[in-house]
Design a protein around this ligand. Structure first.
Ligand SMILES: *Cc1c(COP(=O)(O)O)cnc(C)c1O
Length: 333
């Protein structure tokens, strides 16, 4: 696989750490050894997984001579925060379209990522109701900007197109090298699965490199069948983009929906337990919407005996901790 054929900005200069979590593993009864891939420590304001995808997407925007980025997300979107941050760094204007997936959830005074949108100098925020056609809404913003003489580039939600997913194909290659260097062999990987680019990229990276580690996705939004279909399709598109002929066998794509709770971004007791447990055993912050729910899935699966005794499990920490500050009530009660 040759990822060097695609333009990149070089946002990821070094491998993010892989750490063993001895206290956390012990708190789960030492049935398995849990390791964590610290993509929460990626460069870009407050870190997180979107940096790897934007490395490819923003390079594409610049190669096409664009001067403005438009993207979309939920009201506390980490993806919007990072797209804005990298746009600032590149000297590009950035406009956001926010989807109120939970009715009346947009509050311009809110903390967390919303505060950071303002602090980082967002050019405009357009709020639209949940279920809107987000690409259509971004096109409307683009049309206005073109009329004003700008050259806008639309990054899809989560930067989850085939190009963005290459960020996680490259992450899988990074993990493979770290495993070899450290003499570590993982029996299983657990990843959050949202707009699907991260999960799809990891799977495409496994297929392209003939690695056979089972991957369990923990969905945060859509029903299992819908999410698996989205991940499967995007992983195949990523393989096609790179020029790999192999395709992903459908049974390799697993995305449980048991940990979503009442809905996207709505807190669950298990999420609160997971965030507190990792904070209080290892001093690492998860987030309420993605990595916290994904870790609640890992915890439940360990307790249920889903992984074999003594297995080495790698959890992908995709970041998101700024959103914690918009959920204080969930943690204080
Ligand atoms: C976007 C996001 C995810 C999900 O990644 P996708 O590629 O959208 O599936 C997970 N964790 C955090 C913190 C995120 O911001």
């Amino acid at each position: 696989m040759n990822l060097a054929q695609f333009p990149r900005r070089g946002y990821v200069q070094e491998a993010t750490p892989i750490e063993f979590l001895p206290n956390f593993s012990k708190a789960l009864g030492n049935k398995v050894n849990v390791y964590i891939k610290r993509d929460d420590l990626l460069p870009g304001t407050a870190g997180g997984n979107k940096t790897r995808k934007l490395d490819f997407c923003i390079a594409d925007a610049l190669a096409k001579g664009c001067d403005t980025i438009i993207t979309c997300g939920a009201v506390q979107s980490n993806h919007c925060r990072l797209t804005l941050a990298w746009s600032v760094k590149e000297g590009l204007d950035c406009h956001l379209v926010l989807e109120e997936r939970v009715k009346n959830s947009y509050n311009p005074e809110a903390s967390g990522n919303n505060f950071l949108f303002q602090l980082l100098g967002v050019k405009s925020i357009t709020v639209v109701p949940g279920g809107s056609n987000m690409m259509g809404e971004m096109e409307k913003v683009a049309e206005k900007l073109r009329a004003a003489g700008k050259k806008p580039y639309i990054v899809p939600g989560g930067a989850s197109n085939a190009l963005g997913a290459l960020g996680y194909v490259s992450c899988m290659e990074e993990i493979m090298h770290q495993m070899f260097e450290k003499g570590l062999n993982f029996d299983h990987m657990v990843v959050p699965s949202g707009s699907a680019g991260t999960h799809a990229g990891i799977i495409a990276g496994m297929i392209g490199n003939n690695i056979n580690i089972p991957v369990t996705g923990i969905g945060v939004n859509r029903p299992k069948a819908v999410q698996q279909e989205a991940v499967h399709k995007l992983a195949n598109q990523a393989l096609e983009l790179i020029g790999v002929e192999q395709r992903v066998p459908a049974e390799k794509v697993v995305a449980f929906d048991d940990y979503v709770g009442p809905g996207y971004s709505l807190p669950t007791d298990a999420m609160v337990e997971a965030v507190k447990l990792l904070a209080q055993t290892e001093g690492i912050l998860l987030d309420p919407v993605y990595s916290g729910k994904a870790m609640s899935g890992l915890i439940d699966l360990v307790r249920k005996g889903y992984f074999k005794e003594g297995a080495n499990i790698l959890f992908l920490h995709t970041g998101g901790s700024p959103a914690l500050y918009a959920y204080l009530d969930s943690f204080r009660k």
